[in-house]
Every structure is written in C-alpha cells, then in structure tokens.
Unconditional design. Structure first.
Length: 648
C-alpha cells in the first residue's frame, strides 16, 4: 500500500511540475470574484457571496435539480480560479443525467491534474461500472483505496459499488485482496457470503455466514437483510440451507445461526422447519433475547410480505415462538412481558391479514387461547384488547357467528383490567354484533347508551351513524334524516361523515320527490337492513331490486340522488363479489344517467381502475382523460393524473 502511494506521489509531483499553470493556481483554487481576476480588490462580503453560491450549487445537485445546477455552474465557471473546484460538480451533473461516458472523460482528465483526489477516483470507478468497463473500474477502485486516507472505509465503498453494479466476482476478488492487505481475515464477511451465493457457491457461502455470525452474532439482522434482498432465492438454495443446518448443529454454534436458518425457511413459506431450527434456542436468557429481537423484526415486516405462504408461515412461527416464551420455559419476567405484548400484536396482525390457515374456526379458537395467555401474563398489554375486539369482529363477519362474537365481547366488559378507552370500542362492536345477529332491539339499546355517553365522543358518533341507518331501515325516515345531519355536523372529520351527510340529504330530497317518496325509501331501507345484519348476499339482491324498481318509477329528468347512490353501492357490491362486468355496467349508468350528480367522477375513476385490472389499458386511459376533461375540480384529480402517467 505504501509503495503504491509513493508512486502516486512521484507521479503527481512530475505532473504538477510540468504544468504551465501560474504559481497562484499551483497553490490550489481560491474563491475570487470576477473583478478580483481583473485586478480589482474585492470585499469579504463578495467572497462570502461567491462561497454561498457554490454551496447553493451543491444543494441543487443534492436535490437532483439538474437544469438549475447546470445554469449556476456555467455562471460560476466564469471564475477561472474555480476551475478545479468545479470539476467534481461537473462529474456529478453528468452522472445525474446518466451521461456516464462524459463523466468518465471528465474524471480521467481530472485525475491527471489531481492524482491524489480520492473522490475523483471514486467517481471514475462508479461511471466505468455504468458504462460496463469492470476491468478499468477495478483499477480505478484500487487507486481510490490507495489515495483514500482510510483504506478500510474506502474498501467498503468500493465493494458496495461493485455489488450495486451486479459484479459479484470482482467484489469477491476485491474483498479477498483487502483482507490480505489490511490483515483482517473477517473483513466484509457479510458481503463475501452474498457474493459467494450469487456465484453459485452455496456451501462456501454458508461457511462464510457461520464464520461471520460466530465472529459477530449481532450482525444477524444485517446479514439476513443482505441475503434476502440480494442473493437468497426461496426454493432454489436447498444446498445452502442444508449446509447451514449442519453447521448450526455443531457444538460451538451460536443461536444467531439457528435464527437465521429459521428466517430463511420462513422465506420459503415453511413454518415447521423454522420452528425445529430454533427448538433448542430457549435454554439461556441470551438465546431468548436473540429469538425475541428477531421476532420483533419479523412482526414489523409482516405487513410488507406479499406472498400469502410467507405471511402464513411467519404468523405461525411468531405465534408459537412468542407463546413458548410466555410459558414457564422462561423464568425472566421482563422477557415474558415483552413476549406477551408481541404475541397479542401478532394475533392482531394475523386477524387483519386473514392469515389463519386452512381451518379458520380452529384458528379462531387457538387465537382465543393465545389471548387468554396474554391476559394471564400481561393484562396491561396495549394490544390485548384491540386484538380481542378484532377477533370478535372476525368471528362475526368471516365465520358468520355474531352471537358467539357478542358473548366474547360481553365477557370483556366484565374484565376489570379493561382500559377506559377500550370500553367504548367494546360497546360499539357489541352493538354491531347484536345488529348482525338480527337482535335490533338489544343493538339499539347498547348503541343508544353509548351515544349518550359524553366521555366517548368518537365512538358515540359511530353509534349515532349506526342508529341513523337502523332508523332508515325500519322506516323512521325523519328521525334518520336528523340523526344523519347531527352525526355529520358533530364530527366532520370522521370516516362516516361524508356518508352521513349524503344519506341525510338523499332522504330529505326523496321525501320531497314527486316521483319518489317513502315507497322508494322503503326499498332502499331493505338494503341498509341487510348491510347492518351482515348478510352480503341479501344485501346485493336488495340493491338490485331497489335499482331496478327506482329506475322504473323515478322521473329521469330530475336529479335522482338516492338512485345514484344505490347504483354506486351496487357497483361496489358487484366488485366485492368479483362480478366486474356487472360493476362496469353500473358505473357506466352513473356516468350516463347522472352526469351532474355526486358520483360521476368516482364512477369514471372506478371504470378506469377496473379496465386496468382486466388488462384494457387503452380504455382505462380514455376513462381517466374523460374524467380530467369533464370534472377538473374532482378532489383527487392529482391522483388521477399520477395513475394516468403510470399507465403503460
């Protein structure tokens, strides 16, 4: 390393000695304004202004504002003594424009006059990789490391450049040479393991992983991320898994090895082998901490998983692991509390994502047992009661057992540990369960009591919205109108506020509609009743009947807002049922029959999205262009423009 640096110094001295530049330039660039170059002495304020403009140039480059940065750079280029200082900025701008060939030319020209500038060698390496000249890039990377004041950090940067350029073989060679020159046999172990796996050396890669984790077990999260994002492909690296499994079974192995192996099995969607891999990782407190920390990371990433197999396997793994750590196998009370809190959180996530496996009924019973365990170990868990409410809602909606869900919620209200803020949510969900069970009398009683409670204003608003819909379904139209108005005005930011306002207006308009009136409201009320009682098939049939009858009875020359809303709800119900062509027909009817109504823009957007889903991009484009032309004041018009730009 010192010999190569000496050669560079000699080369630089020769180049600088042969340069015809004036002595002032040989001393390094100084910020001198234009008049100073013409022999006029400038004030310190003018010098500071010039420095400010250079800093502004750097900010523009950092923000990616190429056009403005180029304009400012050309202005600054009039100051000849800034020539060397602006070279690196010119190179960055060329790279921002993806003109890497120009960046290579600029960098090569610059390193002749500034051979000890490590930043220039780094830029040259990056651009040479971009123009597919890996051999030259390897030489430039060597110069970058040699001229850098910290060869170790420069080596990391150089390896990262080659990895980003998908050059694993060059990266591997560079790591091996740096290990020798730096006398660090474990230097960049994570990166070396990734390169070996990318190059088709699974067993050697597994050995590198084991060596890295035994040298530094705290690197498990970084190593896991590197493998999953860059090299490991689910279902295609069984040799790697087998080797890692054998090494993890050795007497001197670390818990981190077993945890990493379990994570890779989960990436393959295999919960059972993952649980077997960590079966012996609960013996010591340090092992349990490793498993718990990894479980927290997995639960945070759970919502980002797109593969259903991975989601289900991860949920099963986390439930079993956290439940085991809550049991007597763990004498540490602090760890038990943390594990119980995360167990409740995973139950909530599993319910939200529907990751309950092939038998949801059995899974619901198991989730109930897990939550009982959490209540026993950690009754103050912040996720316990929200998970129980979600479990009741899942039982009501997915298993179609509203009475069983209501019984679970009634027992929750008897729990003295239930937080005050949780009482309102339990009562609201309990009222919804009674309605879903068809017990409208008890549902009305619970929701009315909640609506009168001034302590729970938000939940009370939801209760009033449900009561207004129940009034509409039971034919109390004037009461429903007033309730909807109060609910909308009391909390305009609530998720139900828009529906409440629209339904209140629709009832008032329909009651004064010469061609409509209570008979039409009664037809619509049937669909509302089936929606409240969670009967989707009957709800869809009632909407179809309402739209058909209203289309025959109502005067098409007047604005029929209730019919328009019925068409919208019917289209959404068709979409939920997977009847996309029927949904398109209803959206089309809204656009044609209600052009001045409340939902034609939404109908056009929904049409465009359905066309895109069914592989008809040109029709999707036409629908969005029609929306922009006819309804430029649509609230979400910017989102529409973004979707239009993203169409193929």
């Amino acid at each position: 390393m010192s010999k190569s640096l000496l050669i560079i110094l000699v080369l630089g001295a020769v180049i600088l000695g042969a340069s015809p530049a004036p002595a002032q330039e040989q001393q390094g660039p100084r910020l001198v304004p234009p008049r100073a170059q013409r022999g006029v002495v400038q004030s310190g304020q003018q010098l500071a202004d010039l420095r400010r403009r250079v800093l502004e140039l750097d900010r523009l480059i950092g923000l990616g504002s190429v056009a403005r940065a180029e304009s400012l750079l050309e202005d600054l280029a009039q100051h000849s003594l800034l020539k060397d200082e602006l070279v690196s900025r010119r190179i960055k701008l060329a790279q921002l424009r993806d003109d890497h060939r120009q960046a290579v030319d600029l960098s090569r020209e610059a390193v002749i006059s500034q051979p000890l500038n490590a930043a220039l060698w780094r830029s040259l390496t990056s651009s040479l990789l971009a123009v597919a000249e890996p051999d030259s890039a390897r030489e430039a990377a060597g110069m970058f490391i040699a001229t850098s004041p910290n060869a170790r950090s420069a080596g990391m940067v150089a390896v990262e450049l080659f990895q980003m350029a998908q050059r694993p073989r060059v990266s591997l060679g560079l790591i091996d040479s740096l290990r020798i020159s730096l006398a660090e046999p474990r230097y960049l172990g994570r990166q070396r393991a990734v390169c070996l796996l990318q190059l088709g050396e699974p067993e050697e890669s597994a050995d590198e992983v084991v060596a890295e984790l035994r040298y530094n077990p705290f690197n498990i999260s970084l190593l896991r991320t590197d493998l999953l994002e860059e090299a490991y492909q689910p279902g295609r690296h069984q040799d790697f898994l087998d080797r890692l499994k054998n090494r993890a079974a050795e007497s001197g192995s670390r818990t981190a090895e077993s945890v990493l192996l379990a994570n890779l099995y989960l990436a393959d969607g295999q919960a059972e082998p993952a649980l077997e891999a960590i079966a012996s990782s609960f013996d010591t407190r340090s092992s349990q901490i490793t498993v718990l920390q990894n479980g927290v990371s997995l639960s945070q990433e759970l919502e980002l998983l797109e593969d259903p197999r991975q989601r289900h396997a991860t949920v099963e793994y986390l439930l079993d692991t956290m439940a085991r750590m809550c049991g007597p196998v763990n004498p540490d009370q602090g760890l038990r509390l943390r594990a119980a809190d995360h167990l409740a959180r995973v139950c909530e996530q599993g319910l939200e994502m529907g990751a309950l496996g092939g038998d949801p009924r059995q899974a619901v019973e198991r989730y109930g047992e897990y939550l009982q365990l959490v209540r026993k170990v950690h009754p103050a868990s912040q996720y316990l009661y929200s998970s129980q409410i979600k479990l009741a809602a899942y039982t009501r909606d997915e298993l179609r057992k509203p009475r069983q869900a209501a019984g679970r919620l009634e027992r929750m209200l008897m729990d003295l540990d239930l937080p005050t803020e949780g009482v309102a949510l339990v009562r609201l969900t309990l009222g919804e369960c009674y309605l879903a069970a068809g017990d409208t009398a008890r549902g009305r009683t619970v929701l009315t009591q909640l609506g009168r409670d001034p302590e729970f204003r938000e939940a009370a608003g939801h209760a009033h919205f449900h009561l207004a819909r129940l009034d509409l379904a039971e034919g109390h139209f004037a009461t429903a109108r007033d309730r909807f108005a109060v609910a909308a005005m009391d909390n305009p930011a609530a998720p139900y506020a828009n529906d409440s306002l629209e339904l209140g207006l629709a009832i008032a308009e329909e009651m004064d509609n010469p061609s409509g009136g209570p008979a039409i409201l009664q037809l619509y009320g049937q669909s509302v009743y089936f929606d409240l009682t969670r009967r989707p098939e009957d709800h869809l049939a009632a909407l179809e009947h309402f739209v058909a009858q209203a289309d025959l009875r109502l005067d098409p020359d007047d604005k029929q807002h209730l019919l328009e809303r019925g068409r919208r709800e019917l289209a959404e119900a068709y979409q939920e049922a997977g009847r996309l062509e029927d949904a398109l027909a209803q959206w089309n009817a809204i656009v044609l029959n209600h052009p001045d109504g409340r939902h034609p823009a939404l109908a056009l957007l929904s049409r465009a999205q359905l066309f895109a889903r069914t592989g008809r991009p040109e029709e999707s484009r036409q629908a969005m262009e029609q929306l922009l032309a006819q309804y430029p004041d649509y609230l979400f018009v910017e989102d529409v423009r973004d979707e239009l730009r993203n169409l193929p």
